[in-house]
Design a protein around this ligand. Structure first.
Ligand SMILES: N[C@@H](CCC(=O)N[C@@H](CS)C(=O)NCC(=O)O)C(=O)O
Length: 230
């Protein structure tokens, strides 16, 4: 398997000799989004995958074996030792060009406008709790972004004014990678926000519960991904 140069002697054997699709992760929101998608794919299509859970607090992700797989030095990473395309068209994406474009827009929106705010809210709350200015900024921006998703899900500015169940797709929408990526973060709202602060977002809260009820989602954030050391 080493012929493509991705692996070196220090690459964990469970990575280099994984039989096919293999996820290197830790149970964080970004890790969980990919954990959930792979659990969904396994449950929908029987696509098998194996997992290595690393501990990012030890900087495992900055070691050469990891950087060869992902120079970003951050989890998650997916490798496929069968070297087949890991993500063929699947039911959690879209084939219709307009829906596909919408999904990309909402994923970019979350990547650029949601994750950095909520991530920095976590960072400053944990590491600089006296920084009221920074915390207020990231908290308000996170709430603003929650409000954008509330607008989308409530349908108040939609042509048909109908609420939707999922972020992307015609009609009430279809559960997709846009929900998975976003949900993995937003579901942690109780760690940073009160019920009172969230009462502006009834549709978002219902969406959080709707997705939490899925079996593959429960698996994707479950015990299997508890912290282990290599
Ligand atoms: N672009 C990646 C970013 C992943 C990311 O930020 N991972 C964090 C954990 S949530 C990480 O590995 N941090 C360790 C580090 O920065 O060294 C994604 O959105 O999935």
């Amino acid at each position: 398997m080493a012929s493509h140069g991705l692996y070196i002697d220090s690459t964990p054997k469970e990575v280099s000799s994984a039989p096919g699709l293999h996820l290197i992760t830790q149970n964080t929101p970004n890790g969980q989004a990919t954990q959930i998608l792979l659990e969904e794919l396994e449950s929908a299509y029987g696509t098998p995958f194996t997992t290595t859970v690393i501990d990012i607090s030890t900087n495992e992700q900055k070691k050469e074996w990891f950087l060869r797989l992902n120079p970003n030095g951050r989890i998650p990473v997916v490798v496929d030792n069968t070297r087949s395309p890991p993500f063929p068209d699947h039911k959690f994406g879209f084939t219709d060009p307009l829906e596909k474009s919408e999904a990309e827009q909402w994923i970019f929106f979350w990547h650029g406008g949601g994750a950095p705010y909520q991530g920095n809210l976590n960072y400053f709350s944990r590491n600089s709790p006296e920084n009221d200015f920074g915390i207020a900024r990231f908290k308000n921006e996170t709430l603003r972004v929650f409000g954008v998703l509330e607008i989308r899900l409530s349908g108040i500015y939609a042509a048909d004014k109908q609420p939707r169940d999922y972020v992307v797709g015609v009609g009430k929408g279809k559960y997709s990678i846009a929900d998975i990526k976003t949900w993995a973060w937003i579901k942690y709202w109780p760690t940073r926000f009160t019920q009172d602060e969230m009462k502006e977002f009834p549709y978002l809260l219902k969406w959080v519960e709707r997705i939490a009820a899925r079996e593959a989602v429960k698996l994707g954030i479950g015990e299997k991904y508890a912290k282990k050391s290599l």
